[in-house]
Design a protein around this ligand. Structure first.
Ligand SMILES: NC(=O)c1ccc[n+]([C@@H]2O[C@H](COP(=O)([O-])OP(=O)(O)OC[C@H]3O[C@@H](n4cnc5c(N)ncnc54)[C@H](OP(=O)(O)O)[C@@H]3O)[C@@H](O)[C@H]2O)c1
Length: 336
């Protein structure tokens, strides 16, 4: 079989397609014939060497894939040959609090990833995916969608009537917008592009603010919410956006700290957290339970993930360059 590996250094130029032995299942494993994969900002960071940890090379990159189970070990009971499944970002975090997520068990980082024609995973590390999704749509779910669901629903208790502030129009943000709409909440979307803002409104956002034109956007958020502020912030900007996020919050509202696209260093005023009685929660994707709950909701509501563009799997470097350019809306996908 063929697999993509990062080897000999950390840059897009160090990605190579290599021949590998096709895996056979151990008693508790399944073999997945991969049909599609998707990329996340973390994959870009790992491949280019700017991620906070340098994982040992050679590394098969990526955490997100969907495929068909083509072989199962003797002890496998959770899935069958022929099932269509995604791997879970965290292998072994089945449910419960985030301290049960073992840092040494993330796909495409501490563990080898999924950008290969065949992948062996523990039966506990896969979930069935909704039938109405194409392979390309299903491949978007394991990281971005589960992160948005875990933040808003599992941890955040999202409900009808809530206001949700979503930063940007990338993978996590668009799922957060779609889940907010699904729950009967109002979504306020920030984007640096008017064109993307219009697309967000077409997807059901109630308000769009251009953060480039309006860097102090919390004022417009407060105006839109009648001075109350938002119940939830999907915070992906980090140092650049955190103070505006706090100022946008209602009293005792929640901030899900997810990303740091605007840089890793900055200052936060603890008094502002205190005055807002803010609940700030770090999110690290989510558990298998979150993934399965989300899949049921996606199936019942016929939600379709937003796929921006599709590349052949061997063109991972081009796909990561597109992510770096940041013109995408939703997810960038690779097909086999
Ligand atoms: N903690 C976790 O579990 C977890 C999981 C997934 C991702 N993440 C992190 O979350 C972040 C987003 O990931 P992603 O995969 O959704 O990335 P992505 O698809 O590349 O989305 C990036 C988008 O964010 C917007 N953006 C960039 N700078 C911004 C700023 N200063 N203020 C507001 N919006 C800004 C841009 O939207 P516009 O073009 O519309 O302006 C950009 O297109 C990354 O930092 C990633 O590492 C964390």
């Amino acid at each position: 079989m063929q697999a993509m590996v990062l080897d000999g250094g950390r840059s897009l130029g160090h990605l190579h397609v290599v021949e590998r032995e096709t895996p056979s299942p151990l008693p508790h494993q399944v073999i997945i014939q991969v049909k599609a994969a998707s990329i996340n900002y973390r994959d870009y960071e790992i491949v280019t060497g700017i991620f906070s940890r340098a994982f040992p090379l050679p590394l098969v990159p990526l955490s997100d894939c969907v495929g068909i189970v083509v072989a199962a070990g003797a002890d496998v009971t959770r899935v069958r040959v022929g099932d269509r499944v995604c791997g879970t970002f965290w292998q072994g975090w089945l449910g419960g609090p985030a301290d049960l997520a073992d840092p040494s068990r993330q796909l495409g980082g501490a563990l080898q990833g999924v950008l290969a024609e065949f992948v062996a995973l523990d039966q506990d590390g896969v979930v069935r995916v909704p039938d109405h999704l194409t392979d390309e749509e299903a491949a978007t779910l394991p990281c971005a969608a589960v992160t948005a669901w875990h933040a808003l629903v599992t941890e955040g208790g999202l409900k009808a009537g809530d206001d949700v502030l979503v930063q940007g129009t990338g993978g996590v943000a668009i799922f957060a917008l779609q889940f907010a709409v699904m729950f009967g909440a109002r979504a306020i979307v920030l984007s640096g592009s008017d064109e993307k803002g219009e697309k967000a409104i077409a997807l059901g956002a109630s308000c769009f603010i251009n953060y480039r034109r309006e860097p102090e956007w919390s004022a417009s958020v407060l105006t839109f919410t009648g001075g109350r502020g938002v119940d939830h912030v999907i915070e992906v900007g980090g140092a650049q956006t955190f103070t505006q996020s706090l100022l946008s919050l209602r009293l005792a509202g929640q901030i899900s700290a997810i990303g740091y696209l605007g840089g890793q260093q900055g200052t936060v005023d603890p008094l502002l957290i205190f005055r807002k009685r803010a609940r700030v929660r770090g999110i690290s994707v989510g558990s298998r339970q979150s993934f399965e709950d989300m899949n049921r909701a996606i199936a019942f509501n016929h939600l379709k993930p937003v796929v921006d563009s599709i590349y052949p799997w061997t063109a991972l470097g081009d796909a990561l360059l597109a992510l770096e350019r940041g013109r995408h809306f939703g997810k960038i996908v690779l097909t086999f």
